[in-house]
Design a protein around this ligand. Sequence first.
Ligand SMILES: [Zn+2]
Ligand SMILES: [Zn+2]
Length: 320
Amino acid sequence: MNQQTSGSFFARIKDHLLHDEENANLIDSTPLALMHLGLLMVFFVPFSWFAVAVAAFLYVLRVFALTGGYHRYFSHNSYKTGRVFQFVLAFTGGMAAQLGALWWAAHHRHHHQYADTEQDIHSPVRKGFFWSHIGWLLCRKYATTELARIPDFAKYPELRFLDRFHAVPPVLLGFGLYFLGEYLGPRYPGLHTSGWQLVAWGFFFSTVLVYHATFCINSLTHMIGTRRYNTKDHSRNSLVLALVTLGEGWHNNHHRYPVSTRQGFYWWEIDVTYYILKVLEGLGVVWDIRPPPEKLYEEATLLKAQRSTFNLQRATSKGG
Ligand SMILES: [Zn+2]
Ligand SMILES: [Zn+2]
């Protein structure tokens, strides 16, 4: 197993590269490395606010497809939708170049089963930040989809197709952006855009941001923030991470009750994915959205009271 809990950053990378069982695989790591290299393109194309807007739109669209689709729908079945919108979620999430919905959800189900134990593939508590954030994704060992973990969705041939040909949605996005920029550039000169500019910002820049927002859920949400519920794992709640990931930062709430569609349990726990899903519910696109049950609110109140009593006792004993 990978023991990378100490040593400098570079020592950890070296240790990771040389490791026998979970070493980085050159072929599997290349797309991720190229995506980060492609980011440099933004320095070689002329700037435009239109390109920034496209990048922002594609960030929100794909983070929603990952949080509302890959996570809350495919991994946890927390609400229902029809076969067409299910495909739309899988395809749009696929444009984030994080492999297919079946691969993603099967690994995430594994995470919930073994969260922060030795078997957890990406526990920062067990294996450190670098490994949980990106290291495990560089290994061939974790590149295959365990279809047995996700029979409820693996039965759909179109989802198996997207899992197998997972490069199709991101490649189509890249070409689509190029042709959009080439079409708009000469026709609307005020936009100051071009094909390569939209590829640089909308594809490379935006996709790398989506990567790290998603990866933070595997790494930082088990490291920083507060713990409302005494779950067996180290999951935490963080407003900053919830804002960046459209609601996934309420990770301690989520580990306490994974089948709740809503992850921000209170009005002040901002959960943009949930708001979007509520709108889609109003439109009849999704249904059977699940809120957290009442017993979880009672449990939260009880735990809060217990903690304040404990803190009061500690303060009194210190003062005395
Ligand atoms: Zn987790
Ligand atoms: Zn989950």
